[in-house]
Design a protein around this ligand. Sequence first.
Ligand code: PRX
Length: 656
Amino acid sequence: MTGTSTEPADNMPATYPPSADFAATANAGEELYEQANADRLGFWAEQASRLHWSKPWSSVLDWPGNAPDSDYVAKWFVDGELNVAYNCVDRHVEEGHGDQIAIYWEGEPGDSREITYAQLRAEVCQAANYLTELGLRSGDRVAIYMPMVPEAIVAMLACARLGLTHSVVFAGFSPAALRQRVDDANAKLVITTDGQWRRGKAAPLKDGVDEALSQPGHSVEHVMVVRRCGNDVPWTDGRDLWWHDTVAKASDEHSCTGFDAEHPLFILYTSGTTGKPKGIVHTSGGYLTQTAYTHHYVFDHKPGVDVYWCTADIGWVTGHSYIVYGPLANRATQVVYEGTPNFPDEHRHWNIIEKYKVSIYYTAPTLVRTFMKWGHQIPASHDLSSIRVLGSVGEPINPEAWRWYRKHIGADSAPIVDTWWQTETGAIMMSPLPGVTAAKPGAAMAALPGISAKIVDEEGNEFERGGTEANGYLVLDEPWPAMLRGIWGNPQRYKETYWDKYSAQGWYFAGDGARYDEDGDMWVLGRVDDVMNVSGHRISTSEVESALVGHHKVAEAAVVGASDETTGQGIVAFVILKSSAGEAADSLVNELKAHVSRDISPIAKPREIHIVPELPKTRSGKIMRRLLRDVAEGRELGDTSTLVDPKVFEAISAAK
Ligand code: PRX
């Protein structure tokens, strides 16, 4: 676990209450907690009522809990039917907001598009019509492997409209990772682009799809290609289809039907502690209810007034819930940006905020720390006065970065919402409420109204709020509407990963450490398992290890996440070479880094690789990662008494 200090820096306030002005017009007041506490399910029913349902639900929740043989699969809004895309698009047009901008899209090379809700509706209908013509039917899976272009959002919504289950694969992932995900979900269609802009240059993307599909035995019938960069792409006649020849020529009228509240909306793969990535399954009614609810209250979003910008990529859950579904369900006007924060220069985000008068800005701590490194003079040279709410997600935000964020981006007044949640939770679970909570730098503070979380020890004994300040495990002790409904095709792994640890109580084990401070506020401390968090991206140690041992010169590998000033954690690998590998050289280290980058993604590329003669193991043969983390972080070694050969560290230190 990474520790976070609650001690305020010299002369710094320990808490930041909302201003009276902010509180006076805030969406959420104190009573929201009272309302939810008084009648939790009634509260969720009220939140769900903000959506359009084509058939009402018969009961709010059906939860097997820890009954014998429980599958831990909740049903929310039982028997209810809704169309997610209708809720995100058509509804707003029908209510007279067709001319409101849904998306201010800012392309990497500086091109831009404004898309109204009426235009978005037309494009989603065209895509829905063409996907129907292709023979896709409700329940089929579609892989989306695209950069941040409007068509990616259109593709997701078109799937939702037809009841197709999408699986978005981050466009930075390798062809091998794409193939693994395509196979796991048996996707019939892949939607991609000809290329993606990276620092002013077109990088290939469609080629990656071709490579992924080069070996036979896959389920893909068609590859749909959006022309983004204009570069040449290899073409497979009969299989490949240009978006502009097909979707863009289809009718823009499409009438949709409702789907069951539990219809699977999407699968999103995320790293676990062992084995291949898990396909997290999310369904429709509860997911949309909670993403819309949280987006409305946590960001204090006012439709038609605010300009909202979440800097995530749609390849991650934050992009699903807080670019696509939550904001669009709430009729947001939002910025969608294709590129990186420092292209063409380090002013890019602030230019965009100035240009569109962004009022709600949601990003990750790693980026805040990067901005700090670049210097406050950069944002200071822009008019950021439109900003009124700041958000943080992906990892614990250190108090120093929190204060910098508020001071230099939020004019020392914007509330910061530090939002804790996971791919599995589908939506924000813990966060301050900006008009209510006296926030503390670095603390997610408390579960949102309607959500219940506890901190417990190994045996499940509950910590008392404001009692001990010891570190424990975070559990969610009541089901929530946006909760995952399983791991695609693997109910056993679902049970084992999330429910077995506290099966007696029927609690969801989040895999995070947490503690209460003396006031009873919650601090999330980071992962307690072998999942690393690099720049807010979840990567498992075992995934990187198996990529490394997949290299022909590597015999064994152990990977740890070592703390890193900017990225939160950095990947440090210890590798034993095969005797046939010859002398270890710098060039080999670079080759291994490139190998991991190719095999998984550049985000999984180790920061350091140390070639060592041995790895520290317990008598039962387990690699002692805790000790390797000590080495990687330059600390005194912890307890080495369980090691087979404590001397192994002399060899490792010599190699480092
Ligand atoms: O360790 C927690 C950390 O990110 C993990 C979830 O990662 P992922 O599924 O990729 O979703 C990231 C975006 C929701 C959690 O188990 N995490 C996320 N947000 C926070 C956080 N840790 C502390 N504070 C947060 N605000």
